[in-house]
Design a protein around this ligand. Structure first.
Ligand SMILES: [Fe+2]
Length: 212
């Protein structure tokens, strides 16, 4: 149990800190300061139907920001760093767009045991003032014994548009990519990424998105 003296010393320490750094207590990242209202609008437009197999915007955490990590550093698989910009109907960068992603592990599997049905590699991002987002993860794989290309599922939700899926991210060189996948442009731009390896050995790519 703490003594009265130690409580008093703790109070004095906190009071002194508040006097020296009066602005820190109320200092918040402007992007996060507005995210409460923004999230309220986005959650209204996230699909709440429990039977929806592909959606996940409804689970967005309060702490969402423009960057997400979908796989721990210890996760097996090649590291990926993917970034992009979301553009609105007017062609300008679209801030505060909610992006939800999920993909298999390096063996092509989702949701082992008690994991979420979308697996453990899932996450959310809210685009910043420049419409930018970025996430780090590991490279997924084709489903076992399948001819389905490795992919990262994506949905987008905005304050005035319901959650919808866009073309999954695919990887150039994957022999299972179909003609239909090559020609599809749901979400705009080319979802088939040509990866480049950076100095740190991480594969990087860009997936821009056009809202319609
Ligand atoms: Fe999938």
């Amino acid at each position: 149990m703490k003594s009265v003296d130690s409580d008093r010393r703790e109070f004095i320490r906190l009071a002194a800190a508040a006097a020296v750094f009066p602005l820190l207590a109320g200092c918040r990242d402007p992007a996060y300061a507005q995210s409460g209202d923004v999230l309220k609008s986005l959650r209204k437009n996230a699909i709440s139907d429990a039977g929806c197999e592909w959606c996940g915007g409804r689970d967005v955490p309060d702490s969402v920001g423009p960057r997400a990590v979908l796989a721990e550093k210890s996760a097996a698989g090649e590291r990926l760093l993917i970034s992009g910009t979301v553009f609105g109907k007017d062609g300008k960068p679209a801030p505060n767009t909610l992006i939800y992603l999920y993909h298999t592990d390096a063996n092509g599997l989702y949701g082992r045991g008690r994991e979420h049905k979308h697996g453990k590699h899932r996450g959310w991002m809210l685009t910043d003032a420049k419409g930018h987002y970025e996430f780090e993860t590991i490279r997924p794989a084709s489903y076992p014994s399948s001819t389905i290309a490795a992919h990262i599922h994506m949905t987008v939700t905005t304050a005035d548009q319901k959650e919808d899926w866009i073309d999954s991210i695919l990887f150039e060189g994957d022999r299972f990519i179909t003609k239909r996948e090559r020609e599809s442009r749901k979400g705009g731009f080319n979802p088939i990424l040509t990866l480049e390896r950076n100095a740190a050995g991480v594969y990087t790519g860009t997936r821009d998105i056009q809202l319609v």
